[in-house]
Design a protein around this ligand. Structure first.
Ligand SMILES: NC(=O)c1ccc[n+]([C@@H]2O[C@H](COP(=O)([O-])OP(=O)(O)OC[C@H]3O[C@@H](n4cnc5c(N)ncnc54)[C@H](O)[C@@H]3O)[C@@H](O)[C@H]2O)c1
Length: 311
């Protein structure tokens, strides 16, 4: 199939594109490359460097399926520039889906976020619960979802609400909970935990990518799906890291005591099974650090890189 991946040079996008190429798809990537491009050349891969806000520049001819991952991808980055956040994360989604419909694209798969629910006391946060997004980033995801759903009669809209992703990608992100705690242990022998009782959902990057394949192969699975499997506290993650890396845990007070969980019962009901865990990610990151493949650097933290770029 001919696939377009916006944000294909990102942390998840890089691993997604590699796996789509392995399955012999023809892939077009459209990405502004704020964090570089770590994709190897491939005969079935075409990469465009550009801004999704310029929808006219996005190649869509002959595309069967759009994966829309290009976004300002976390709370602090979204807070850097409110106009940019709303234009990239919400407005561009509208123009993108309209162009996709106009060009006869059949499927539109969107990376929303499990954080759209806000803080929830319910142990089972299912797709039916109300959305009370807290940050501007969450709000743009919610609005994008609503915009996309309004086109459901014209294109198969598949909205994924991922948990926090963990594990390795050639375009690495170290600003995600499991990855950062593992890096702190490996680099400093000390894991600083803010509070620690906050429970958050997680997903291994391999399962994240597998979930995109799951939806690609099943266009009939339209609507909204949570994609996250391990609801564990930050302290539990730190203790899991400690199981593999010799490091002390230092707890400091947190100004963010928010907990939220995700239930992916709906996704599991479609036959999807996660195959990797937070623990797998920690072990893999440790091995890659010891081999010298995993490194630390400002470019692996979105907010630092965006400030460097003066965005
Ligand atoms: N990583 C996670 O834990 C997680 C969790 C939930 C949802 N998500 C969502 O999944 C998607 C991918 O996340 P990620 O971790 O790979 O983030 P990332 O920051 O590594 O990747 C985002 C990519 O989008 C590109 N991009 C940003 N603005 C753009 C623009 N205006 N035009 C073109 N390209 C642009 C960036 O250059 C980057 O390569 C995002 O939409 C994110 O919000 C991620």
């Amino acid at each position: 199939m001919k696939l377009l991946v916006t944000g294909g040079c990102g942390f998840v996008g890089t691993q997604l594109v590699k796996s789509l190429l392995e399955q012999n798809h023809e892939v077009t990537v459209f990405d502004i490359q704020w964090f570089g491009n770590f994709l190897d050349e491939h005969p079935n891969l075409t990469i465009f460097k550009g801004d999704i806000c310029n929808v006219d520049e996005i190649p869509m001819e002959g595309i069967n399926v759009v994966f829309h991952l290009a976004n300002v991808a976390n709370d602090p980055c979204a807070d850097l520039d409110s106009k940019l956040n709303w234009e990239v994360n919400a407005l561009a989604t509208k123009f993108l889906v309209e162009k996709a419909i106009d060009r006869g694209v059949q499927q539109f798969i969107f990376a929303s976020s499990g954080s759209v629910y806000g803080v929830k006391d319910e142990p089972e946060v299912t797709e039916e619960l109300s959305l009370i997004p807290i940050s501007d980033y969450n709000k743009t995801k919610m609005i994008s979802e609503r915009v996309l759903l309004s086109y459901s009669d014209q294109i198969a809209v598949q909205i994924l609400r991922p948990a926090t992703v963990c594990g390795f990608s050639p375009r690495m992100r170290l600003d995600l909970s499991v990855n950062i705690l593992t890096m702190l242990a490996l680099r400093d022998g000390k894991i600083t935990v803010f509070g620690g009782n906050q429970t958050r959902p997680n997903i291994h990057i391999k399962d994240m990518v597998r979930s995109y394949h799951h939806f690609l192969a099943r266009p009939e699975l339209t609507g909204i799906y949570n994609v996250g499997f391990e609801n564990i506290s930050i302290m539990d993650i730190a203790m899991l890291v400690q199981k593999y890396v010799d490091a002390e845990i230092v707890v400091t007070p947190s100004n963010d005591p928010r907990s939220y969980r995700l239930s992916s019962k709906k996704l599991l009901g479609t036959g999807f099974k996660p195959l990797s865990s937070v623990e797998n990610a920690i072990v893999e990151l440790k091995e890659l650090w010891e081999k010298g493949t995993l490194k630390d650097g400002d470019e692996f933290y979105n907010i630092r890189r965006m400030k460097e770029l003066d965005i």
